[in-house]
Design a protein around this ligand. Sequence first.
Ligand code: GTP
Length: 602
Amino acid sequence: MGPCRNFSIIAHIDHGKSTLADRSLTGTISKKPSGSNQQVLDKLKVERERGITVKAQTASMVYALKSQKYLLNLIDTPGHVDFSWEVSRSLAACQGALLLVDATQGVQAQSISVYHIAKERGLMVIPVLNKIDMPASQPARVILQLESMFGVDPVDVLQISAKTGQGVDAVLRAVIERIPPPSASAENPLKALLFDSHYDRYRGVISLVSIHDGVIRKGDKIASCHTRKKYEVQEVGVMYPEELPTASLRPGQVGYIACNMKESSEAHVGDTLYRVGAQVDPMPGFRPAKPMVYAGIFPVDTNDFIKLEESVKRLTLTDRSVSVQRESSSALGQGCRLGFLGTLHMDVFRQRLEDEYDANIIVTAPTVPYKVVYKDRTVIVSNPTEFPDLSDSSSGVKEVQEPVVKATIIVPEDHLGEMMELCFAHRAEDLDHRYLDAGATKSARIILTCTIPLSEIVTNFFDKLKSKSSGYASFDYEDAGYRRSDLSKMVFLLNGKPVDALALIVHRSGQQEVGRTWVKKLHKVIPRQLFEVPIQAAIGKQIIARETLKAMRADVTAGLYGGHYERKMKHLENQKESKRRMKRVGSVDLPQEAFFNILSTK
Ligand code: GTP
């Protein structure tokens, strides 16, 4: 095959990345049976349902320019903040990127963050305005934004409609003309960067690789720099856009290999593969994904734990950024504690789990990893039940720190006040803002930056941001380390006994409100017992809030008039069935469904 180019499309969510990817691939996929070119890159079901790209996918196409055929390798990147780790690893296999900006929306928070990631990686960035077919598009204004934000030369900006296809050809030409070919040599010893992998039931692990030097063929004996394990290559090929076996993968190419790798854990993203016997230095790898949001996952029916754990394991094979540990709770039984890159990541995983596992699960409230500093050591706590009681002077804790992020919010000027209020309500500090549109007067937009505790944005910050700005604000964040904080563990007591699965870590400023809200919620969903049950929220020994659940009569049939036999039996049956799922907390009987209801209502 001829010369090649490796590139990505980077964009804020919904700016049209998948549409453009599909549109550029149309030439190759139109040969396939009809229907297959429906957003071919978004393979996962959740992605289709939610219209977001979760896992980077890769596809190749052939494009002819001036009687020369080029192999263009498009490496798809996910478009949400939670997945910026995936973005950076996809970009490692590229020399250039198309920065796609919706001409009706302008530069948004993630346009800025993905642009910086691409620049840091030394990529050639081609600015592309999309959706110019829409009457609301304002290309001139957005070009000014690109100029003021990124120093882009207006003549370099391409204008397209990924939907109608207008201008897409010029984009592919620009890819060839502006993005440098990968600097690779067939003479040098083989060096392949493993940047993604998935598991295939029949062939084992399939790895996506970018060939930096040398050639890889079927039958080659290769080894991993990371594990030093040796493999024989069974198949190589390109994603066209589905797997298409080829004789070899040549320098600069991106494609897949199947070797006799049995376990997904052997495929280390960022690993360098080389030919057995050759001496090569590993290429710089990737920072491993760092889970920032943790939650416990339990089956509603405690007998289903094995099945749940198996489903979790199977799913983590395709998404290694999820960390998994077993967890057991006296209230919920056996479960798993999972770590995610962010809340959307958590939601997507949970939905995939529900599709796959086909049963109800209980997900505990999300927690971020806190640092508990003792005199001689620092412990990371990502499960509220392990958080020390700070009111107990013998705990030996010097201080507690929480993770903070640097948040960037872009919002129309008339919503600035509400945005600042929202940020302050979520304990933001170092608030700063400036105009995004240089010199614009009508409906100008503002970039607002601040540091904000991660725990404040993992719940419903994003939803509030959207509703308070009538959908106009965009938001992105990056890790900004840890900050000392006044936090404590809040526990909920039923009849004086703590319910472990409901423990929370809260900031002093939110204690009263959180305590009252949760106690009310519990009061609503817990069924009445034979006796009166106090429901309390406590921090250490101090009670923050309380509600009382009134007693009820035991016989469920007693209230039924008429004494119809069948009806009576049915009620007794129902009662038996729900008993099976009851959990006893102290002397209180709690159906698992109550937990489900508590934790799933926001
Ligand atoms: P993520 O993968 O979630 O980041 O989204 P995306 O950037 O891939 O966006 P996608 O391609 O799914 O497009 C978002 C919406 O914009 C879809 O409804 C598209 O049909 C629409 N869209 C994309 N390009 C164009 C365009 O050029 N013109 C018009 N009118 N609509 C477009």
